[in-house]
Design a protein around this ligand. Structure first.
Ligand code: NAP
Length: 251
């Protein structure tokens, strides 16, 4: 993998680029990173899932980001479409996390209003740490009870999850870094509320055309143009790995 920006490096170690110190103890919300892959023409899926856009380099960055996260935040539709399982890390990655004072593996947190999730899937049955299910107070009580059997419920908002309150609740549980893995609907809500600190975007060297799903941020127009600042560009086998700072550095 080579770095093209900010300084050319023909054999960069991505772990030195994608690194995150824990946020200051008095920070009210966790740091939020969003990681997405898109084709050159902006498609986020090929034949309904992301797999066709992903490359070995993309998977390397995907898992590297997971090693940094305390929580992986994901929208329920992505869980359903991609068949989400647990976050498995290598022994070395888990050891590095312990050295940094993190839990051995990140916890997955699913944002859902419907609670239409299959509680018998690996995500809920094979996790070494219980996932979070983040739902609004109006969620169906029977489904919420079923969720509580296999996950820790965070109930915030009104008819929808209030993402600021959700992130605050995670921070109160000592969560420093949240990695959002999409999808575009959840990303849009985070972006609309100015909650994204960093966007990690893989541009896959492919064109998809129609049927390529939403763009990386979809479902709601953002209130005005959101400027982003380029932090780094890596390249591997034609895929580009872009890191952008989003918004002002929150206090
Ligand atoms: N290219 C990539 O990197 C990438 C990454 C991720 C996903 N994807 C693709 O994107 C597609 C899924 O994305 P999507 O935009 O359709 O859905 P999504 O963002 O994954 O999930 C949307 C769902 O999340 C829940 N949700 C989001 N905000 C909420 C809130 N404030 N309160 C309560 N619930 C909330 C709702 O779940 P309920 O419906 O349960 O109420 C909503 O239907 C899939 O095709 C997937 O393959 C691509």
């Amino acid at each position: 993998m080579q770095q093209l920006y900010p300084s050319p490096d023909p054999a960069v170690d991505p772990a030195a680029v994608y690194r995150h110190d824990p946020p200051p103890a008095d920070r009210a919300l966790p740091r939020v990173l969003v990681n997405m892959v898109a084709s050159v023409d902006g498609a986020t899926v090929a034949e309904g899932v992301t797999e066709g856009l992903s490359s070995p380099g993309d998977k390397r960055i995907f898992f590297l980001l997971r090693t940094l996260a305390d929580v992986i935040l994901v929208g329920a539709q992505t869980v359903r479409a991609e068949g989400y399982g647990t976050a498995r890390l290598s022994e070395a990655a888990m050891a590095a996390r312990r050295d940094r004072g993190q839990a051995p593996a990140p916890r997955i947190a699913v944002v859902t209003r419907s609670l239409h999730l299959d509680w018998s899937t690996r995500l809920f049955t094979e996790a070494t740490v219980r996932p979070f299910v983040i739902a609004p107070p109006t969620a169906d009580p029977a489904r919420l009870a079923a969720a509580r059997e296999v996950a820790d419920a965070v109930v915030v908002g009104d008819t929808r999850v209030d993402l600021v309150a959700a992130l605050r609740a995670l921070r109160e549980r000592d969560v420093g870094v949240v990695l959002c893995e999409g999808g575009p609907t959840l990303n849009a809500e985070l972006a609309g509320a100015d909650l994204i600190d960093e966007l990690c975007l893989t541009i896959a060297p492919a064109l998809v055309g129609a049927g390529g799903g939403d763009r990386i941020i979809a479902a709601a127009p953002l209130p005005g143009l959101h400027a982003v600042s380029l932090l780094s560009v890596l390249e591997d086998d034609g895929s580009l790995f872009l890191r952008y700072a989003v918004g002002a550095e929150p206090g």
